[in-house]
Design a protein around this ligand. Structure first.
Ligand SMILES: C[S@@+](CC[C@H](N)C(=O)[O-])C[C@H]1O[C@@H](n2cnc3c(N)ncnc32)[C@H](O)[C@@H]1O
Length: 412
């Protein structure tokens, strides 16, 4: 090994260890065949608050991603430099180095100065937002859906959608430790529609986290299901498929780990939630939409301040429905939060019910408190049990009601 080859090895090692590494590109392959890789891109990424390095391997039109720690990244890049690829570009916080290997394997190294970006600040904590699915790296489903151009850059008019997709993926990242650590992660996306987000979940879990998945997208519209399955075939994706069906009647004898229902209309959300609870899904994400059930039965004189104004009546009924849903999920074993979700183009609804299955059963006291609050609220509204409760009761999933509430209960 000549001294320039030793130096680029050293520079890779040092920059990966001291936090100044920004990116590396290995290109100009030694072998040119359809099966051999054409390029490797390396960049720092934060995964679960840990610094990792993501290597993107390109072979023809296929891309695979693998995440490594600093030492493994150095080893992975060094073993290909000069043997698999003739060019190695290394960018650090302050410098750019280009190593070129000739046919005999002799390396010549040149340095190009570059303006310091954020020296001293850990990589990927710099001023620009670092996305889990980055701009600048070709992502097949984003290219297929027109959000990215073929060279991996986000098309300007879709930058909002790109940010939304990344935000959504962050929601999934935040619950990954609630999903099985080994084996396939089973996901059902109820009312998947055009499935940008379903494909994003697949990409994140399989390409970034390197997990095996079995994702089913369900929608009652045959046209959207056909389009989604065509994308699966075109991109040769494994572990994802789409089915035509109604959420209410959907059956699965497989354990589902992550159940998603985003903007499914009215009580379809309740059907999705009830199925997810019946499967004991580890995590449930639901963004309710068009909650008409309660608005239709809530007597106008029950909440006159709201009911005087149609829009307030609707909003009050929606919020009340979601509060009851959150209470019910808590009662059947889920830590439940209602948080702000991403803004979608097709709806202003952006409240996410995020429910994570508790490792321990609910305490009798908490169960009783939940029941007191729910029954008190229903009584105040003068309404009977809503769809989710009916389904949970039907499936025998709701813990028995303490008898002392029987007299207070509205029609249940
Ligand atoms: C507004 S789109 C949302 C699509 C996607 N989940 C998203 O948030 O981008 C709602 C989708 O849910 C589907 N849907 C609504 N009710 C359904 C039901 N009961 N069974 C199956 N699909 C349903 C609709 O066909 C539609 O494609």
């Amino acid at each position: 090994m000549n001294s320039d080859a030793e130096k680029i090895y050293q520079l890779l090692d040092d920059s990966l260890q001291d936090g100044s590494f920004r990116k590396a590109i290995l290109s100009r392959p030694v072998q040119k065949s359809a099966e051999s890789p054409t390029r490797i891109d390396a960049r720092p990424v934060m995964i679960k608050d840990q610094l990792k390095f993501q290597l993107t391997y390109r072979t023809g039109t296929q891309e695979t991603h693998r995440n490594f720690d600093a030492a493994e990244t150095a080893e992975e890049l060094q073993k290909s430099a000069g043997t698999v690829f003739r060019d190695v570009l290394l960018q650090t916080a302050t410098e750019e180095w280009m190593a070129r290997y000739n046919r005999k394997g002799t390396c010549s190294l040149k340095k190009t100065p570059r303006a310091s970006d954020d020296a001293g600040v850990p990589p990927d904590h710099n001023r620009s937002r670092q996305y889990l699915i980055p701009d600048g790296t070709a992502c097949p489903f984003l290219i297929a859906t027109g959000i990215m151009s073929k060279n991996g850059h986000v098309v300007a008019k879709h930058s909002r959608k790109f940010r939304q997709i990344n935000r959504y993926v962050e929601f999934i990242r935040d619950v990954v430790d609630q999903l099985p650590a080994e084996g396939p992660i089973r996901v059902i996306d109820f009312g998947c529609g055009n499935s940008y987000l379903t494909f994003a979940a697949h990409y994140f879990l399989t390409q970034i986290l390197q997990r095996e998945v079995a994702i089913t997208g369900l929608d009652r519209r045959p046209d959207v299901v056909a389009t989604c399955n065509r994308i699966v075939a075109d991109l040769n994706l494994a572990g994802i498929s789409f089915e035509v069906g109604d959420i209410a009647g959907y059956q699965s004898d497989q354990q589902v780990h992550l159940a998603i229902s985003l903007h499914a209309c009215d009580t379809a959300t309740d059907d999705a939630l009830a199925s997810a609870v019946a499967w004991q899904a580890n995590v449930i994400f639901a963004v309710p939409c068009c909650q008409h059930e309660l608005a239709a039965i809530l007597e106008k004189d029950q909440q006159p301040l709201f009911s005087k104004h149609g829009i307030l009546h609707e909003k009050f009924a929606s919020l009340a429905t979601d509060a009851i849903r959150a209470n019910l999920l808590s009662s059947v074993g889920y830590d439940t939060q209602v948080v702000e979700f991403i803004d979608m183009e097709h709806t202003a609804k952006n409240l996410l019910i995020r429910a994570i299955r508790r490792r321990k059963p609910i305490t009798p006291q908490d169960l009783q408190d939940n029941l007191t609050q729910r029954l008190g609220f229903s009584k105040q509204l003068g309404v009977p049990s809503l769809r989710l409760q009916q389904k949970l009761d039907e499936f025998g999933l709701l813990p028995t009601k303490p008898t002392q509430f029987a007299n207070d209960a509205p029609t249940m």
